[in-house]
Design a binder for this molecule. Structure first.
Ligand SMILES: Nc1ncnc2c1ncn2[C@@H]1O[C@H](COP(=O)(O)OP(=O)(O)OP(=O)(O)O)[C@@H](O)[C@H]1O
Length: 325
């Protein structure tokens, strides 16, 4: 018998999905190791949801193949459904149904559901259990959506932007729950625009852009960069007390010299990559002095997944909607 340990939980091969003449997914291949947390990242419209929905059996592949737990999500839907949990973007529940009624209803559809009171308690749904779905706050709807995806004890969960709109406490609880699932051998596939979430949680990260895979690896592999030296792995971040004066980015780049890239992250923060080392730190400090710019913080740190993401996708900082110029 084939070993289920070696077999990927999800295998997508050369998937192509179009809407009209526009390719939303354009020859995408990816695989998800069983028992891992895998993050699928990409800018808005990159094709993440379309890919996940194809894996979930909501869309039929127009080209290519998709296997989930070794099964075809459409042909084997009946066998697959009890084994997977799905948290959709803008999770659907009937608008008038109360939160706990909805959760209990979903639990009854499964052979061995989790204890709904425990799950509601863990996800902070206790207080809004009698509230109709349409009256729940955005974060509460997210929590309910996650509870609905998990209540059936799935072997594999797809969670599309699980913590969007959640408060910091909800986000931490969700991270804890997802880690516990992994510890129990459950495979988790998530999309997120919070790159720090992917860095915290994911064993494997796939970055897609315009329907194509542009990078894959562990967070460490992706942030380590191409070289081995400090300059390849580090960035300098400068945050200042007042908006930068006009032309500041160009002026700082000149002061630092070649091989250094300066990115304006927002009106009060810049990122320096390339020759990012203590000498650069000193030069940035001197530039601040010469240009009468007061730093709020000036740090030399490891290149983050967000830095990698911005470099690869051409620069929209998704966590704050700020364009990188
Ligand atoms: N039902 C649809 N009809 C037409 N175009 C669609 C449809 N669904 C998605 N698209 C388009 O396909 C592309 C990929 O969309 P998709 O929702 O998969 O992206 P995404 O990576 O999940 O984006 P986001 O991060 O914004 O959720 C986008 O250009 C989108 O406008």
């Amino acid at each position: 018998m084939e070993s289920s340990v070696a077999r990927p939980a999800v295998e997508v091969r050369d998937l192509r999905m179009t809407y009209g003449d526009k390719a939303a997914v354009d020859g995408l291949s990816l695989s998800v190791a069983s028992g891992s947390i895998t993050a699928v990242l990409g800018p808005n419209g990159a094709g993440k949801t379309t890919t996940l929905e194809t894996c979930e059996g909501y869309r039929r592949p127009q080209q290519g193949t998709v296997r989930v737990l070794g099964l075809d999500p459409i042909a084997d839907r009946k066998r697959l459904l009890p084994r997977i949990g799905v948290m959709l973007q803008g999770q659907g529940a009937w608008s008038g149904v109360r939160a706990m009624e909805m959760l209990k209803h979903i639990a009854r559809l499964h052979a061995h559901p989790l204890d709904v009171d425990y799950l509601a308690e863990r996800l902070g749904l206790g207080e809004c259990g009698r509230t109709p779905y349409r009256r729940l706050s955005g974060g509460q709807q997210q929590r309910l959506g996650l509870a609905m995806a998990l209540v059936g004890r799935p072997e594999l969960v797809f969670v599309d932007e699980p913590t969007a709109g959640m408060d910091p406490q909800g986000r931490r609880t969700t991270w804890e729950l997802l880690r516990e699932l992994r510890a129990d051998g459950v495979t988790v596939v998530l999309t997120t625009h919070y790159l720090e979430e992917a860095e915290e949680l994911a064993d494997q990260v796939h970055i897609i852009d315009r329907g194509r895979m542009i990078a894959s690896g562990t967070p460490l592999e992706l942030t380590r960069g191409p070289g081995n030296g400090m300059s390849a792995t580090a960035t300098v971040r400068l945050v200042v007390t007042k908006p930068f004066p006009p032309g500041a980015r160009e002026s700082l780049r000149k002061a630092l010299g070649e091989d250094t890239e300066v990115t304006l992250l927002d009106e009060r923060s810049m990122r320096v990559t390339g020759r990012a080392d203590p000498t650069t730190l000193a030069k940035v400090s001197r530039w601040c002095e010469e240009n009468d710019v007061l730093p709020e913080s000036l740090t030399l740190g490891r290149r983050s997944l967000e830095d990698v993401f911005l470099d690869l996708t051409g620069g929209i900082a998704l966590t704050d909607g700020v364009e990188h110029v």
